[in-house]
Design a protein around this ligand. Sequence first.
Ligand code: PDD
Length: 284
Amino acid sequence: MIYLNGKFTPIEEALIPVLDRGFIFGDGVYEVIPVYSRHPFRLQEHLQRLQNSLMSIRLENPHSEDQWRTIIGQVIDLNETDDQSIYLQVTRGVAKRDHAFPVDSVPTVLVTSNPLNPPRDEQLQKGVSAITATDNRWLRCDVKSTALLPNVLLRQLAADAGCVETILLRDGQLTEGSASNVFVVKSGIVLTLAKSNLILPGITYDVVLELVQANGIAHELRSVAKTELDDADEIWITSSSKEILPVTTLDGSPVGKGKPGPVFQRLHELYQSYKAQVMRAPGQ
Ligand code: PDD
């Protein structure tokens, strides 16, 4: 069951007009929110990032935070599995085709749910493979835009190579993955770049940094060169669906010892216990 513009319907029955600007221009933004035991994880942060994305594309938020919470709660209730992946999409609505904003169009609001697919045990135990490629996206990667064609093409390079993710480099420096943030460990120090227009401010990225800080794990927020990726002891990718996933092969060569490292193991445990703790006392 999904929510579309005020109505709850089975997904097969939901229709969007062909002139929706989301379809014509990719003129919209989205969020992906993991739900554990029917509790949305970090909902406030996801709704704040949605607000930031909407502001960046000059589209007024069609709902208050309370309204969003109610709609999301209803979609969760209407779907069977306890662990879900909630997808929100807001577009600039339906209008005659013209690049400039329409006057008085009504935003299209879609909320869907899928069963959540966390990483498989085998992926956590052995790690996954990734490749690198040049980051050829626009310069507003902080906006969670539905216009994902560059990300789609970059991610397909990984799929073609039998890998899980494409790690992106701009001017020889790490930015992020095609659908994830990236962390590197060298000599026990966790490295990742600070938030900027070049990466999506990941909700999982924030959780990882909070856990690193709270547990006194050495870390640095700074740019990371391709040579440091090649020389890394550990590489992880993070996202709402992947949580923290170790990359143990990069461009066909082993990362560090070629298996998930000790700093990953520590963060994985911290992340799982943090999740269990907030799910017992959701209150956000
Ligand atoms: N992707 N960077 C990019 C380009 C992403 O698409 C994502 C998430 C992230 C990680 O953000 P978060 O931790 O908030 O999930 C970073 C989602 C899951 C997606 O598009 O399906």
